[in-house]
Design a protein around this ligand. Sequence first.
Ligand code: TTP
Ligand code: MG
Length: 353
Amino acid sequence: MRKIIHLDMDCFFAAVEMREDPSLVGKPVAVGGSATHRGVISTCNYEARKYGVRSAMATAYAMKLCPHLILRRHSGHLYREASEIVMDICHKYTDLVQSLSMDEAYLDVTDSDLPQGSATLLAQKIRQEIYDATKLTASAGIATNKLLAKLACERNKPNGQFTVSPDKVMEFMTPLPLKKIHGIGKVTADYLSQLGFNTCADILPLTRFELIARLGNMGDWLFDACRGLDDREVITEWERKSLSVETTFSKDLSDPEDMRCALVDLVTELQEGLEEYPEKKVHGLQVKIKYHDFKQTTIERAGMAIDAENAWALHLERWAIDPRPIRLLGVCVRFVSEEESPQLTFDALTAAG
Ligand code: TTP
Ligand code: MG
């Protein structure tokens, strides 16, 4: 049986901001773009959550819910620095670390040296070590698989942990709302609710066959998920597939000169981002345009150098034939994957020859 720890930092970006400025502690704080520039909340602390403020919410709306919300811009370098420390601590205890985002990871500690043989105690130790090194708190879930560990991590957040022991799996899962299960988004949860399925208890009486008949593949998966069954391994190799930057404008752009300036800024930002991946080969350049009516289009050219002139040329290729006001511009590169790369080099050589 595996021993998995799911580790997740508490209100990560906001916690870093509170650490940097202790006067924020106890007040509602969010990190994100400004309300007047159609900004979005990246995250907020637990005080702000009491007012209903949430990640991905428009900042303007968050300010309505909580007028005294203190808004901070991103301090990307501080978040990356803290994240690296956290991931390094995890790697001290196992090589099997799967980082899901900057602040979240699965650790397979089945073969690790555990204090008194206990993954629960190891999670406590790791959280303490994280706090000592970063002055930030983390929560943890401990269980026999990833699905249960992630759910358990939510249970005593913030700054807590919860262990689902093998004999308590059904007790833990049965009352659980389906929308809590990772993989069931809002749309799916609403659909299931319309069918009368709200918690695992509603699903458990059905056979696998009945669930497949009603819900297809999803039913097959749900049959296992509701029983806390999940055999996914902790995957250590996560390969970044692309890098992109984009901007939503506070006023839609109609003047091509404004668009050109925006693309120059975006490409500069993208180039800076690419410096973090010196070993990667890029496939080419992509420009994304979102029009004022939210219709979206992308233009991509393989082998194109990442510079502002090329981005502008790609942009014009599309905008010249559909010159409507623009709400958002983005630039993106896709990376050549490790397997793809020898082939592409060969192609490039023959093309050159
Ligand atoms: P989460 O772990 O989802 O959130 P959190 O750490 O802020 O809060 P919790 O205590 O519930 O774990 O995300 C980690 C960080 O990723 C978060 O601090 C900010 C960033 N983020 C975004 O930028 N946009 C998003 O929509 C979400 C969900 C997170
Ligand atoms: Mg978190």
